[in-house]
Design a protein around this ligand. Structure first.
Ligand SMILES: C[S@@+](CC[C@H](N)C(=O)[O-])C[C@H]1O[C@@H](n2cnc3c(N)ncnc32)[C@H](O)[C@@H]1O
Length: 376
């Protein structure tokens, strides 16, 4: 059974350039723009409230326990597998930002192009005074385009970024608070599902839930529809969900996007092994693995692997775990499912969501889809 969201405050230093109030007042300021149900105020009173920023969520130990369980199960499985969400520690999040700058990795530029051209229209299709909650927000870099448009429509905005990477949340908050005066941030560190529960419990009023960066592609198709359905269950009648989806295309474009010649994506992917070494005292020799990204056109998925160059034994000291790998044995580390327009319609219908409007970049490589809770 899944846990509910954990609402302990996370100790942190305030973002650079941001001065928290000097008083020792941990309750909500009177004029707070946070819409919290009164019955929940007591339970969060202990949080480290600053007027413009809070961070709640999983403790590091909980994140590590989940990672350890994933490593134990995944490296004992046949074929071996590790969950891509654990790639994103500080190193992984920084490497992902470098991927976003690569010319081969078109999804970032395409999604930014759509947001830049259509942000005002997108905001116009949301309820007035909407709060923005974002799954897997990462650096929130592209989201700034949306935030700027939301603040043009309404002078104040509550933004709820949610991510498994605390490093990403903290560095994003620092930049956002510097740039946008009318912004309040209520960050949640943890898994997608717990993020949804957090939104449901603590964000009151009209909202848009965004999920950018084609992160939905990391889920197999039935899991993606099931997750969207749970996301839809968090939405009230006039709420919206904005989701970035990568489209099916030529395999060579996809394989370059996920395996650039400079090897940045390969390093990002290998960070899952590097992180096992750092967190759990593993002795993975990263040079003893090669990286491969393969597109299966029939299934519409790019699958990524770390492949053992030779037969080898790996010791993971803190987990008291010994792992044997044969020569050429693969560890599956990530999948990225691509969608046709028809598949997007099926996805939305399976999730019980209706498509309000959909936008494309000029090269039609990527799409942003605005969804509403109930299909017409
Ligand atoms: C592909 S990146 C996208 C980042 C950003 N939204 C963008 O468009 O550039 C995926 C983000 O989701 C986060 N993430 C991945 N799996 C997650 C999970 N299961 N729960 C919460 N966050 C997750 C990662 O830390 C990362 O920041």
């Amino acid at each position: 059974m899944r846990r509910g969201p954990i609402l302990r405050p996370l100790a942190r230093s305030p973002p650079h350039g941001y001065n928290p109030p000097q008083r020792n007042n941990l309750s909500l300021p009177q004029a707070s723009p946070f819409y919290l149900r009164p019955e929940n105020r007591m339970s969060i009173r202990a949080a480290t409230w600053h007027e413009r920023f809070t961070l709640a969520g999983e403790e590091r130990s909980e994140n590590l326990a989940a990672f350890a369980a994933d490593v134990r199960a995944g490296l004992a499985a046949t074929p071996k597998r590790l969950s891509c969400r654990f790639i994103y520690d500080k190193v992984g999040s920084e490497l992902f930002e470098r991927i976003c700058q690569l010319p081969e990795y078109y999804p970032t530029g395409a999604e930014r192009e759509i947001l830049t051209r259509h942000a005002d229209r997108i905001v116009g299709l949301m309820p007035h005074g909407v709060h923005l909650a974002e799954l897997g927000s990462g650096s929130s870099d592209k989201t700034q385009v949306l935030i700027a448009a939301l603040l043009r429509a309404h002078p104040r905005l509550l933004y709820v970024p949610m991510d498994i990477s605390r490093a990403a949340l903290e560095s994003a908050a620092e930049q956002l608070l510097d740039r946008f005066e009318g912004l309040r941030i209520r960050a949640y560190m943890g898994e997608y599902h717990d993020g949804l529960a957090f939104v449901q419990q603590f964000v009151e009023g009209p909202k848009c839930l965004s999920w950018l960066g084609s992160s939905i592609g990391n889920l197999a198709r039935p899991a993606a529809a099931a997750f969207l359905q749970s996301a839809g269950a968090c939405l009230a009648e006039h709420d919206r969900m904005l989701i970035g989806i990568d489209l099916r295309k030529d395999g060579s474009v996809l394989e370059q996007a996920y395996d650039d010649p400079g090897g940045v994506t390969a390093s990002f992917n290998a960070n899952i092994l590097g992180r096992i070494n750092r967190e759990f005292g593993g002795d993975f020799d990263l040079e003893a693995f090669r990286y491969e990204a393969r597109y299966d056109e029939h299934r519409g998925v790019v699958e990524m692997f770390q492949i053992s160059r030779r037969a080898q034994a790996v010791r993971i000291e803190k987990l008291d775990l010994d792992v044997s790998l044969a020569a050429d044995e693969e560890i599956h580390t990530e999948s990225s499912y691509k969608y046709s327009l028809a598949e997007i319609d099926v996805l939305a219908a399976d999730a019980g969501l209706g498509v309000v409007e959909q936008w494309f970049d000029q090269a039609k490589q990527f799409t942003l889809v605005l969804l509403e809770p109930h299909a017409e």
